[in-house]
Design a protein around this ligand. Structure first.
Ligand SMILES: Cc1cc2nc3c(=O)[nH]c(=O)nc-3n(C[C@H](O)[C@H](O)[C@H](O)COP(=O)(O)OP(=O)(O)OC[C@H]3O[C@@H](n4cnc5c(N)ncnc54)[C@H](O)[C@@H]3O)c2cc1C
Length: 420
């Protein structure tokens, strides 16, 4: 009897299991955690539900949107977010909405924007150059480069630029000038709406397709033998597979494979990613959260981004309450500050940013994710290719954000599961 095994019950693994099932093919999903969803999952504390980082869906793919929508009715929130910089609130994108800044800062930003280098895109060597060509030096040095270090854990010089695509808006002088007088009504975000399930947290978009799937929890894979087609788990058990589909992170899986060549292990050592803390806060007041999400540029405030679970859906917080979750990122090889310290620093700083006090807090929690974003440091494509070619040669089909090692949003991770 064929034994189709899928590793990981995140959105990619669930999509793989669902699409095999649609073809009448059974599979078993093995998951190291005690619940499904991976990064799409959530946790609840005293009636406050928090996703594992921000999470909205904005896919234009009708087939995938149909599956998500069939699982759960969705709110469509206008994609309006804000930026916090030294006590000022600027609508996103900041460069298009400078109005709230002091005059001197605006003058420096606009002067440097006008005098920005005009390098041909093909000649741009790294993300730092790209930022300067887009924004000018002052905005890059004081906003974008600081944010890059907070979000990507890297200096912009150490990153390449192919990942950018339409993710970051490139402003025109007219827009920058207009936004320096008053906040612009126009939305410059890459999508007009951010959709979110009315009930059950983000992972509810998968409720329909996960039905009937055989997911086995607390099954951490620790070793894979492609020659005997066996996988071994941390609990000492072992399974034989006929087909193996994995959404495990590339740097992890290569270390599990018997006889993995040095060249492949070395390539994996060159991959970079971010890991990070989620600081989750529940309040006894309905009005702490004012923005669906916002970015923080100040280097002395730990979070790069903060979002509001209760504004995503009131179902995420008890009645009369509000909530925030702050995201704090590190490079995978950086020294990670202790959780208690990060929690304290974050709460202390957010008190003045968001206007709350200790007596407003009902719930505070901090947890760590080992894998958040793939980082596009130089050489990524070369090293990734070595690893993926090797996995293919061993008959392992790699899917998902960390299995493809790419900047995939949920619908794109879902698609990789669909394509197997
Ligand atoms: C900060 C942040 C914000 C994001 N916001 C959005 C957003 O707003 N919209 C959007 O579309 N996307 C967003 N994403 C991206 C989205 O989270 C991912 O694309 C998607 O969840 C990846 O799914 P996956 O199944 O590929 O990986 P994962 O969700 O990581 O699933 C992998 C699974 O494998 C399991 N696993 C790992 N190792 C083992 C092992 N040894 N044995 C067994 N199981 C194992 C893990 O526990 C996990 O369940 C965001 C990501 C981050 C980090």
């Amino acid at each position: 009897m064929p034994n189709n095994i899928i590793l990981g019950s995140g959105i990619a693994g669930i999509s793989a299991g669902y699409h095999l099932k649609q073809k009448g093919i059974d599979s078993v999903i093995y998951e190291k955690d005690n619940d499904w969803g991976g990064l799409c999952g959530n946790f609840t504390i005293d009636g406050f539900r928090f996703d594992r980082f921000v999470h909205f869906t904005f896919t234009k793919d009708e087939y995938i949107a149909g599956i998500f929508e069939k699982s759960s009715p969705l709110y469509a929130h206008p994609s309006v977010s804000y930026n916090y910089y030294q006590g000022c609130w600027l609508k996103h994108p900041a460069i298009n909405n400078l109005a709230a800044l002091p005059t001197e800062t605006k003058v420096k930003i606009i002067t440097d924007f006008v005098n920005r280098p005009h390098t041909e895109v093909a000649d741009i060597q790294n993300y730092d150059e790209w930022l300067r060509v887009q924004n000018g030096n002052y905005f890059t040095d004081n906003f974008a480069a600081v944010y890059t270090r907070k979000y990507w854990g890297q200096s912009p010089k150490d990153m390449e630029t192919k990942w950018i695509g339409n993710r970051i808006y490139s402003p025109a002088l007219e827009e920058v000038l207009r936004g320096s007088y008053s906040e612009q009504a126009a939305n410059f975000y890459y999508t007009n709406y951010m959709k979110y399930p009315k009930k059950g947290g983000f992972r509810s978009i998968l409720d329909d397709c996960r039905q009937g799937l055989d997911i086995r929890f607390n099954k951490k894979v620790v070793r894979i033998s492609p020659s005997s087609k066996q996988i071994f788990f941390a609990d000492g058990s072992c399974e034989t597979y006929s087909r193996l589909i994995s959404s495990l992170p590339l740097p992890e899986i290569v270390k599990m494979i018997d006889g993995c060549p040095t060249e492949v292990l070395t390539a994996a050592e060159h991959l970079n990613w971010t890991c990070g803390y989620q600081v989750s806060l529940g309040f006894n007041r309905p009005d702490v959260a004012k923005y669906l999400w916002f970015y923080i540029y100040d280097a002395d405030i730990p979070p790069a981004r903060v979002y509001s679970p209760n504004l995503k859906s009131p179902d995420n917080a008890p009645e009369g309450c509000s909530s925030l979750q702050a995201e704090i990122f590190y490079a995978n090889d950086a020294e990670i500050s202790p959780a208690e310290l990060v929690l304290k620093q974050t709460v202390d700083k957010l008190k003045s940013v968001c206007g709350f006090s200790d007596s407003d807090i009902l719930v505070q929690d901090i947890r760590f994710e080992r894998y958040a974003n793939v980082t596009f440091t130089h050489g990524i494509y070369h090293h990734r290719e070595i690893i993926l070619k090797y996995l293919t040669s061993q008959g392992i089909e790699s899917i998902g954000r960390f299995g493809k090692w790419d900047y995939l949003w949920t619908f794109q991770a879902f698609k990789t599961g669909m394509e197997i």
